[in-house]
Design a protein around this ligand. Structure first.
Ligand code: SF4
Length: 132
C-alpha cells in the first residue's frame, strides 16, 4: 500500500515524524491491519492553520501514487505535546472531500507516548506538603 502522510505544520518544528515512520515501517498502531508492504510516497503538512490546504495536498499525494492518506497523530491525537489540532475534524472532512469515498484515510499514525511522571509530581509537587 502506498501512503501519503499529512502532518501538522506547527508540530513540524519540534518533531521529525520518527514515530509516524516507525509505525508504518513496523506496521503497528494505525497500520496493524495493513497486509501489503507499506511504501511512503510523500510527507507534507496541512499548510498551516487552519489546515485549508490539506485537501489540496492530499490530492497531490494521490496523483503521486498514494493509495491511502494518513493523518499524523500530531493532528488527531496531539502527539507529541498533548495538543491536538483544533481544526482536526474539519481538516479530515476536507481531506475526505478531496480524495473521495474510496480512498482509505488513516485517522492517526501512532499511539501517543506514555507520559513519565515528573520528579516534582512524584514527590507531591513543588508546593508545601499538606498533611491530612
Ligand atoms: S491546522 Fe491543525 S494541523 Fe494544521 S498547523 Fe494548525 S494546528 Fe497543526
Amino acid at each position: 500500500m502506498k501512503i501519503g502522510l499529512i502532518r501538522c505544520m506547527q508540530t513540524e518544528e519540534m518533531c521529525p515524524a520518527t514515530r509516524c515512520l516507525d509505525a508504518m515501517r513496523r506496521k503497528k498502531d494505525a497500520f496493524t491491519d495493513v497486509e501489503d508492504d507499506i511504501e511512503l510516497v510523500g510527507v507534507t503538512t496541512c499548510g498551516g492553520c487552519p489546515g485549508k490546504k490539506a485537501g489540496l495536498r492530499a490530492g497531490t499525494m494521490l496523483r503521486r501514487g498514494a493509495q491511502a492518506i494518513a493523518l499524523a497523530s500530531c493532528i488527531t491525537k496531539g502527539a507529541p505535546i498533548d495538543y491536538a489540532c483544533p481544526f482536526a475534524a474539519t481538516l479530515a472532512k476536507v481531506v475526505r472531500a478531496a480524495v473521495g469515498e474510496d480512498v482509505p484515510i488513516f485517522d492517526y499514525t501512532h499511539a501517543p507516548a506514555k507520559k513519565k511522571a515528573s520528579p516534582a509530581a512524584a514527590s507531591g509537587g513543588c508546593g508545601p506538603r499538606l498533611e491530612a
